[in-house]
Write a protein that binds this ligand. Sequence first.
Ligand SMILES: [Ca+2]
Length: 169
Amino acid sequence: MDDQTGNCQVFSVNIENQSGNKSSPLELYQREGTCEDFGYISLQSTRKCLKLYDTQMTWLKANNTCASAGGKLFGITSSVMFDEVLNATSRKDPSFHITLIDGTDIDSEGNWVYSDGSPLLYHLWDTGEPDGGTDENCLCMIGEFFHDGPCDSSMVRFICEKQFTLSLK
Ligand SMILES: [Ca+2]
C-alpha cells in the first residue's frame, strides 16, 4: 500500500515446483484504496475520510490535531453528508452527542466559514442558535443540530477529515 497514492499493489509470480523457474510473466494486481486502509471511515457522499477522536480539546487544538494528521476538522457540506456523519457518530455512539466540526465566525461575527475561509455550505442550527455572539465562535454538533460554542472551552469529542488519493491507475 502506498500511503501517498492509496494504491495497493499485489505482485504474483508462479514458480514451477520442479525447476524453480518462473512459469508465467509477472502479474500485477491493483485495487483502489479505501479510507479504512488508513484507519479512517468511508462515507458515500464524499471522498473525504472521517476519523473520530474521543478526546477533550478546544476547537483550535482539535483543528491543529487534525492538521498534524494531514487533514482538518470535518467540514459538513450537504444534508446527505450530515446524515451520514450522524450515523457514524451520535446515532451509533451516544457519547458523540457533542462533537466539534469545522466552522467558525471568529474573524467576522455572524459570518460562518470553514477553516480555509470559504463560506459554510450547509448548516442546521438548533432553535435559537447561533446565540453566543462574539463569545461563541466555533461550530459543534449537539445531537442532530448545529450550535455555536466557545472556541477556548474543551469540548467532548471531535471529527477530523482527510482526503487520500484513491485512484485506480
Ligand atoms: Ca459568534
